[in-house]
Design a protein around this ligand. Structure first.
Ligand SMILES: [Zn+2]
Length: 323
């Protein structure tokens, strides 16, 4: 018990920066569940029975991780389908869940602003899955020069995510290392074909229409792979977004380049982009998925679906095939 109390004190001290409610919840948890210790592999408290529990920060990572883990690990996402992930505020329930996980995966590249504080208070190992990707910088707004966190919008980068997951899972569960390796290889082949499909599809957009206008600047990696010009209203989802100046800039670009269709993403309001549509005569090309998958019965229950859905929608919008 003294050891547990010591660990609890450490957790509480480290979570000082979190909201008071979360810190208070950590205290309650520590005292009532003695949940601050590191669970041994196989003792995770998810619904996975005796499988080690891997927790990811968002649904896209959970799907990729599940493909690598197969039936050997229980994979869950902290944020739910449809959640805004940049400025997410962890709940006491998240802290409880995370304290019992065997491994936590995050994207890194400043995607999860809330994550550093979140894991700092936990004695659970974590791995940054974007490690090793060729990072693109944000070129505008107050984020200028900072890494663009949406590296998973290139399936080629996700192949690197997979390698990092294979490594982390093999460390967690060495007995199944060969299974993770084989699953990773098979999934990387699927990533390669979805990337080839994406590039082929978007190559049908005529040169003059090759501009992707979205709400968030989340498509830099996809635009790079597919040879599109990327334009957005704001750089990264945050509280201060869609200022009148940002909207005016988008309107001017769409008018000057006669952009046939513009888009917005599933986790933010499309109202600013509707304003661009109203001012330019461009059409609204539809809802793209970036920061979250849909629910299982929605249009993009998996990451491969996400890339297929987005490239289809963009191609249809920019070639006029949608109308
Ligand atoms: Zn985003």
């Amino acid at each position: 018990m003294p050891n547990i109390l010591f660990r609890c004190a450490k957790v509480v001290r480290r979570t000082r920066g979190l909201r008071a409610a979360v810190a208070a919840a950590a205290v309650v948890l520590c005292l009532s569940l003695a949940a601050c210790g590191t669970p041994a592999a196989g003792q995770g408290a998810g619904s996975g029975g005796d499988k080690p529990v891997v927790l990811t920060t968002f649904t896209v990572l959970a799907d990729v991780a599940q493909n690598v883990a197969g039936d050997k690990l229980q994979v869950e996402s902290i944020t739910k389908a449809g959640a805004e992930i940049h400025g997410y505020e962890p709940t006491p329930g998240d802290i409880r869940k995370a304290s019992k996980a065997d491994l936590i995966l995050d994207n890194g590249l400043n995607l999860e602003a809330w994550f550093a504080q979140f894991v700092e208070g936990l004695d659970v190992p974590h791995a940054v899955v974007s490690e090793g990707v060729e990072v693109m910088s944000i070129s505008e707004d107050s984020y200028q020069g900072k890494p663009n966190p949406h590296a998973w919008m290139s399936p080629v980068n996700v192949q690197i995510y997979v390698d990092n997951m294979v490594k982390a899972f093999s460390k967690l569960d060495p007995a199944n290392a060969a299974v993770f390796e084989a699953n990773g290889t098979a999934y990387k082949a699927k990533l390669q074909s979805v990337k080839d499909e994406m590039v082929q599809k978007l190559a049908t957009v005529p040169e003059a229409q090759r501009a992707l206008v979205t709400c968030e600047g989340a498509f830099s990696y996809l635009a790079r792979d597919a040879g599109l010009r990327e334009v957005y209203i704001w750089a990264v989802n945050a509280e201060q977004q869609a200022t009148p100046q940002q909207i005016t800039k988008a309107i001017e670009f769409v008018k000057a380049n006669k952009v046939p269709a513009v888009f917005c993403e599933s986790t933010v309001s499309d109202a600013p982009m509707r304003q661009v549509v109203g001012a330019t005569g461009s059409t609204f090309g539809g809802v793209l998925y970036v920061d979250s998958l849909s629910e299982a019965d929605g249009p993009v229950p998996t990451y491969l679906d996400l890339i297929r859905h987005d490239s289809k929608l963009i191609t249809e919008g920019l070639t006029g095939a949608a109308s």
